[in-house]
Design a protein around this ligand. Structure first.
Ligand code: ATP
Ligand code: MG
Length: 775
């Protein structure tokens, strides 16, 4: 324990040993920022700082657990237990359970996930009689979320003519009213959404100086990892809490800021020195994670960004093998290549599966990789996507449990009041909602008092409602003595959910039943785990909190050995010996939705930097020539990022011929027919010249995308093709002349013919556009 400081290099030691006061570590990937944070906490404790006075904020709860383990090894388990460590959301949810009552929230408040929020917003839009095509609930939810993250309360919204005006201009003049109703309804339901956990914490600390003082005094040392991705709301919380002692330590890398679409604000880094006096500024330059090839290649990529802080990253590690760039004809082939490569590496280097990660830009890309891994019998785990806890049957059971803990929870109640069916129709629920709004009470309370209110609900339905309430109350009584597992099992049986899926008998119903079993197993594990901790009891409310705030990485129990599949966003902060970055294609990575402005493009490039720097030993970049997207096979163009890597560090299995794509419409000329070649000015790019300058302009791109859409759309002006065209048919093409059909593939609009033309060429033509005549 004494010499743990020796496990750091000199540059790392300085911020660890930095005495009190604010400090910031800005450094490139893999240089030990997280390690510095961990060791600083251990060092503070070794210096006699009470763990109770330390708050550490991490990007995932898993990262927090790992850090805690590390610190426990150094400083001892007993002490480490008192650390407050976790994501912003989980830490401040805990704080709000203690003090949220000052804002009128019960300590057992429910946490609404995104799905709950969206359902509530959709029902508010309906109740207000608004057009759901103009007020799209997902967009509305997004907007409300960004208001909250910018600390724009309902009142602030209405006081801001610009915002009101903007929504009116966007033909959504009732936006503010929806926002108002949404906040009211959450409040009445005793519920907070994810953004509330930050917004309400800010409100609490602002409005109650004594509460602020209490936590300022408690959290004398505050440490934040991945500081570049904090949003305004998080920034303000940290600022308020650290205001008294100013013992704030933040670490981050501006080159890895990848969450600006969720409101993360890079200026938090840039302004740190203005916000605090006497800031200790530290830089780390030595990367311990990756080979020289990877580090230098990553440097050459990020150098293309204009908006970045000057940084040096080098490594004493070996050169390592070059980065492999691989081209595949299709996404299915790409999957096969990745699976084969993993398989070979595993054999050759005797590596476990857990040493491999496949990273992609969007979740939907995982399917072709999964298919290939399955065929090869390589076990894998997907992170992200629809989480287990968001599956219908799981949410159903959880909703009952949520009602046990907080009967005011409106979304939970609406979800299960008639599931399994018990004859309580939508009209009845609508009446209950109206009454609840009218009396300013929860739906549950309205039902409890149903005999005293005239709701025009018939006696039979009233009885069913009362039975429902009685059932929930019986669970509540049970909850006082039973642990989470016993209660959950009872609920799954007693409510009839298990029976409902069993009766169903379809494979889907059986799968749902098995998922519920899986949930119960999970709860049992949780209960056993919690009971080992002294202060925890394994209650259902502890379990629900855990579930609500689990980040996508947190489900990794790490107990079995699998290849990791995840989006690049999720991979932040992680490391793997072998990393495959797939789908290195224009429109996919960089994403077609994020290349309209330089700043969007720079964020995509930072994302690429993050992806590449996850690799320790070797990185693979793969792209395809054709890819299925939105159910259509489309031509793919190699990503511009591939050309930005200094070629010294790569092994290009096939030369990347972006010039061939450069002036070509996004649709293959041959397939599309006549294209005026004079518009296709072909110049070879000079070595190292960024390809951006040669790209078609926005207008051209728009036209091309439109063409592409038309191509993909079933209503595109279709050529009348002789349906009798078969293998061996003789045809005449207006431009290519006479030929013979070798092969026909695809169906409907995707039907293509491979034709041997008499002039010698073999071409694949999309039939609905090819100017063909059957001879
Ligand atoms: P990222 O920017 O990706 O979050 P980081 O700067 O947080 O990276 P760490 O994850 O802390 O970097 O460190 C990268 C790897 O290098 C880890 O495996 C860490 O244990 C190792 N490492 C860091 N510093 C040292 C050191 N002084 N000696 C040995 N290993 C080190
Ligand atoms: Mg880190």
């Amino acid at each position: 324990m004494e010499n743990f400081i020796d496990q750091l290099n000199e540059a790392q030691r300085a911020p660890v040993l930095h005495k009190d006061g604010p400090l910031m570590v800005i450094a490139g990937a893999g240089s030990g920022k997280t390690r510095v944070l961990t060791f600083r906490i251990a060092h503070l404790m070794a210096q006699g700082v009470d763990a109770f006075n330390i708050l550490a904020l991490t990007f995932t709860n898993k990262a927090a657990r790992e850090m805690k383990k590390r610190i426990a090894d150094i400083a001892g388990t007993a002490e480490t237990k008192n650390l407050w460590m976790g994501t912003f959301h989980s830490v401040f949810a805990k704080l709000l359970r203690y003090d949220g009552d000052k804002l009128g929230f019960p300590s057992n408040f429910t946490i609404y996930d995104t799905q709950d929020s969206q359902r509530l917003i959709a029902s508010i839009i309906k109740e207000m009689g608004l057009d759901k095509d103009i007020y799209k609930y997902k967009q509305v939810q997004n907007r409300i979320s960004s208001y909250k993250n910018s600390l724009i309360t309902v009142k602030a919204y209405f006081n801001n003519p610009e915002l009101v005006e903007a929504d009116a201009m966007a033909k959504r003049p009732r936006m503010g009213d929806i926002y108002h109703n949404y906040v009211e309804r959450c409040f009445k339901a005793g519920a907070m959404d994810f953004d509330d956990l930050l917004l309400r914490t800010n409100e609490l600390l602002n409005r109650f100086p004594d509460v602020l003082a209490k936590y300022q005094d408690r959290f004398r040392y505050i440490l934040v990892d991945e500081y570049q991705d904090t949003n305004h709301s998080q920034y303000l919380i940290v600022k308020a809490l650290s205001d008294r002692y100013q013992n704030i330590c933040v670490v981050g890398d501006d080159a890895q800021s990848i969450y600006s679409f969720r409101g993360a604000n890079i200026s938090n880094i840039l302004n740190f020195q203005k916000d605090y006096d006497d800031v200790g500024m530290y830089r780390l330059e030595q990367n311990y994670r990756s080979t020289k090839n990877i580090v230098q290649a990553a440097n050459s990529i990020i150098a293309n960004n204009k908006d970045q802080l000057e940084k040096v990253v080098w490594t004493a590690n070996d050169d390592g093998p070059p980065i492999i760039i691989h081209r595949s004809p299709t996404d299915a082939e790409e999957g096969r290549y990745v699976a084969n490569s993993i398989w070979e590496n595993r054999m050759q280097h005797q590596m476990p599966n857990g040493n491999f990660a496949v990273l992609y830009r969007t979740n939907s890309q995982s399917r072709s990789i999964e298919d290939a891994l399955r065929k090869r019998d390589i076990p894998y785990r997907i992170y992200g996507g629809l989480s287990f806890y968001q599956r219908k049957e799981i949410k159903d059971v959880l909703s009952y449990l949520r009602l046990v803990v907080n009967p005011k929870d409106e979304e939970a109640l609406k979800r299960v009041i008639n599931f399994p069916t018990r004859g309580i129709g939508q009209t009845t629920v609508d009446k209950l909602v109206v009454a609840a709004n009218h009396y300013g009470r929860s739906i549950f309370e309205v039902i409890e008092n149903i005999d005293r209110i005239d709701l025009k609900i018939n006696a039979g339905t009233k009885r069913k409602l009362q039975d429902f309430v009685t059932m929930i109350q019986s669970f509540q009584i049970m909850n006082e003595s039973a642990d989470a597992f016993v209660l959950a099992e009872h609920v799954a049986k007693k409510t009839g959910i298990l029976l409902e899926f069993k009766k169903d008998g379809t494979p889907e119903g059986i799968a749902r039943m098995e998922n519920i079993e899986e949930l119960l197993n999970g709860i049992q594990d949780f209960v056993e785990g919690q009971k080992e901790l002294d202060e925890a009891t394994g209650s259902i409310s502890e379990f629900l909190e855990d579930v609500a705030l689990a980040t996508d990485l947190d489900k990794d129990t790490g107990d079995d050995d699998r290849v990791a599949l995840m989006t690049i966003h999720l991979a932040k902060g992680l490391e793997f010996p072998y990393v495959y970055i797939v789908g290195m294609e224009e429109d996919l990575f960089p994403s077609g939705m994020s290349m309209n402005t330089r700043s969007e493009l720079e964020e995509e490039r930072r994302l690429f930097y993050v992806a590449l720097t996850r690799a320790e030993k070797q990185a693979y970049l793969t792209y395809t020539q054709n890819r299925y997207r939105w159910g259509k096979l489309i031509d793919a163009e190699p990503s511009r990022f591939l050309e930005e890597i200094d070629e010294k560090f790569v092994d290009n299995q096939v030369p990347i011929d972006r010039a061939a794509y450069r002036y070509k419409p996004l649709i293959d000329n041959d397939i599309f027919g006549e294209v005026d070649k004079s518009t296709l000015r072909q110049t070879k790019p000079k070595n190292g010249t960024p390809p951006l300058v040669n790209k078609p302009n926005e207008n051209q791109l728009r036209k091309l995308r439109k063409l592409k859409r038309q191509l993909a759309s079933p209503t595109a002006n279709t050529n009348t093709i002789d349906p009798n065209l078969t293998e061996g048919s003789l045809v005449n093409h207006t431009r290519f002349g006479r030929g013979k059909v070798l092969n026909i593939e695809g169906v409907g609009n995707d039907k293509k013919a491979e034709i041997q033309f008499d002039k010698g060429d073999i071409k694949k033509l999309l039939l609905r556009f090819a100017k063909l005549e059957v001879l």
